[in-house]
Structure formats: C-alpha cells, structure tokens
Design a protein around this ligand. Sequence first.
Ligand code: XUL
Ligand code: MN
Length: 346
Amino acid sequence: MAKRHDYKFCFGPWNISEGQDPYGPPTRPSQTFDWKLDQLKKLGFDAMMFHDDDAVPDIDGKSDAQIRKEARELKKRLDDSGITAEMVAPRLWFSPMTIDGAYTSNDPKCRKYAIERSLRSIDIANDLETDILVLWLAREGTYLRESKNGRRSVELLVEAFDKMLAHDKTIRLAIEPKPNEPMDHAYLPTIGHALAIAQLTRDPNRVGCLIESAHAILAGLDPADEIDFAMAFGKLWSLHLNDQNGLKFDQDKPFGSSNLRVAFNQVRALERNGYGKHGEYVCFDVHPFRTTKVDHWLAHLDNSRRTFLHLLQKARTFDEKEAQQLINDRNYAALDQLVLHHLMGC
Ligand code: XUL
Ligand code: MN
C-alpha cells in the first residue's frame, strides 16, 4: 500500500447512511452529525462534503441571518476538529418546490426558489471557507421528453449558473453529471456536456466539474477517460470515487468493489494528470451495503481508501517500460496479461 503520497481524503455525512431503499426502511439507527464528524476524524480523513442542509438543517424555514449564524458555528466546530469543508451542494431534489425540476422547472416560482436556495448555499460555502459549489442536477431532466423544451432548459441552466457566478466573484461551480436516476434522461449526462455548457456562461473559467465513477459507468463511459478529458481542460475540481456494477440503479459501491481494473485505470489517470496538486480532494461517495451491521458501519469508507492506496502502489510500480515496448510492438495481448499479472501480484 502506498505510504508516501499527497492525496487528501473526504466524505459526506450522507455516506454514513442508514440502509433505507425504495423497498424498505432503515436497517441501522440514525446518528447525529457530531457523531459522524467524530468518526470522520477518527478514521483520519481530512475533509467533509456538505449539502446545504447538512450544514444548516431545515434550511428552508430559516432566515438568511440565522443560516449565516449556524454556518459560522459549524465552521468553528470544524476548525476545533481540524477538519476542512471540501464543498457545499444545494440539495435541490427534496423540496415540494423541485418536484418538476429546479432550475429547469416549468413553474417560474419553483425556478426562483431553486436559484435563491443556490445563492444561500454559496453564502454557506463562504462561511465554511470553501470556494466549491457542487451541482448535482438531480431533477434537471425529464421523465417524459415532451414535458419540457430541451433548448429552453439549456438556456435556463445557463441563466441559473450566471446568477450564481454574479452573486460571488470567487465561487467555482463544479457540475456533477449523472445520466439518469432520478430522471429518465438528464440534461447534462456527461463531463463533455458539463464543460460545454460552461462555455455559455458569463465566466467559463469558474465552471468546471466533479466526476463520480458510478455516474460515468451509468453513462456507458470509462471514468478514467472522463478524468483525462476533464483534466485536459484543467477543470476536475472534485471527485467521487466509488463503483458500479453495470447499467442499473446508482449503487455507490466501495471503490474497486466491482471492477478492480477500471479502478486501477482511474488511479493511473489521476496520477498522470497530477490530481490533487492544486488542493483537490479524493472523496468517496460510497454507501454501506443495506446488510451492514452497526459494528461495521464505517468499513466501506476505510476500505475504499485502502483500495485506493493499494492501487496507487500498483500504478506507481507498473512496468511502464515493458508496457511501452509491448505498445510499440502492437502486442496488446501481452499488454493485457502484463496488467492482469500486475493486479493479481503474479
Ligand atoms: C447522487 C450523488 C450525490 C452528489 C451530491 O447520485 O452522487 O450524492 O454527489 O449531491
Ligand atoms: Mn456523488
């Protein structure tokens, strides 16, 4: 396992989840935020990710002044624990105001709500001293294509991003694409879409992306290619490593759990592009299996980081010279074996 490295690790309070799914209730009792922060610290992680209402619970019922006060109190608690806030993300998929989408809702009152809530999230990000606002555009898409005008939706997304960029001169928007779930089709399903829409905004340099391994796999793409693509633009500002077994519901499995080789290639892509050199974190957006007992509640986080560090070691000890010779000889059968033997340790 790689002992010397500069990677910093992170997860969110929702990654210590209770096991409910659409077919059944929680299988573990819920825990307080303070307990989760303690666990993060005990595990030796460096930072925490926040939805706006992870930072300030019941945010919709609170005044701006109250929100700012609670965000500052949280910052103090984080400082006392030596933990950084990696990002803030507006949770725009729970409220009755976002049933038909947030920025792309057909109802102007709902669109106004979504933008105002996003501006509040930016204020919270300021108080927590992070300049990253993550936008997972959960309901920006359709169940029924005829229900919205796709061209208009692109314009509405740009309008919303522009308002956020104008609200704060330093905030950076990291779009987290996902092709489906909860929607049938999302408007920004891939990193290519995220980086393309950035060009339509008032400040393209402050619109980048966050790659989640499972979301790329759900789009039928290789997450390592998404990493190389985003980093060629200098726009990979955050990362949700996890795993996904094919095209089904979003599984958020531990990193490397389904496909070790795909995970290995993600680590190689991070290494060759120097991910983390500008302070970016490796976040694990992973969930415990529903079957997990309370005693093993944090294993998926610790295991994901351990697998990452083992694969880092594998990436750093891969015989690049031998690989290059095989590439020059177009002997990809032998290259395939070189990779498999390296991963299997034989
Ligand atoms: C949803 C997802 C979210 C975002 C944060 O699939 O990945 O947890 O990462 O809002
Ligand atoms: Mn995610």
